[in-house]
Write a new protein. Structure first.
Length: 177
């Protein structure tokens, strides 16, 4: 006669264990997705704040009060400098970072403050009196739910639909700062 412990698990015991694992996974998966989305949104906000800081430095030291019109211009090294005005991971428009697409463009005031050739870093575009920066999710609902934007005033706006911001913020957007 053999002991029950020598035979291993029964089919019922294995099915119960698989069912328990399935239930736990079903409960945990949405929470993990929400946590990832929240992390991506926080990264997008931090990137926009870094862009705003870079624009303030660019305007005060390089462009006589004007703002860069692209991430490319903000990433360019000033003459005699060792780093651009934004980090290398934000070096071009359309950069995807943590599930968000980041862009910088001309703002609502197109007054030229300084010609591109006269800037300290030989920017490709003239320095203008205003700019806007935006971050929108690569996949709304998966990589992020909200989109974000700011301009030279520094107020951060959000839209809960994930739309791509332009230089004029939609009426449905709300400030979060």
């Amino acid at each position: 006669m053999t002991n029950r412990s020598d035979r291993g698990f029964t089919l019922i015991e294995l099915l119960v264990a698989v069912a328990i694992v399935g239930i736990v996974a079903g409960i945990a998966a949405p929470q993990l997705l929400r946590a990832r989305t929240a992390g991506n949104e926080a990264s997008a906000v931090a990137s926009l704040r870094a862009i705003h800081s870079g624009q303030a430095s660019y305007a005060s030291t390089c462009a006589r009060g004007g703002y860069a019109q692209s991430l490319d211009d903000l990433a360019r090294l000033p003459i005699g400098g060792s780093s651009g005005f934004v980090s290398p991971d934000l070096s071009t428009n359309g950069t995807v970072k943590s599930g968000y697409v980041l862009n910088v463009g001309p703002g609502t005031t197109a007054t030229v403050m300084l010609a591109s050739a006269s800037t300290c870093n030989g920017a490709s575009d003239d320095a203008l009196a205003s700019y806007f920066a935006e971050a929108h999710p690569v996949s709304v609902g998966s990589t992020g739910q909200r989109s974000f934007g700011l301009d030279q005033r520094g107020t951060l706006y959000q839209a809960t639909t994930g739309v791509t911001f332009t230089n004029v913020f939609p009426a449905s957007s709300t400030p979060i700062q």
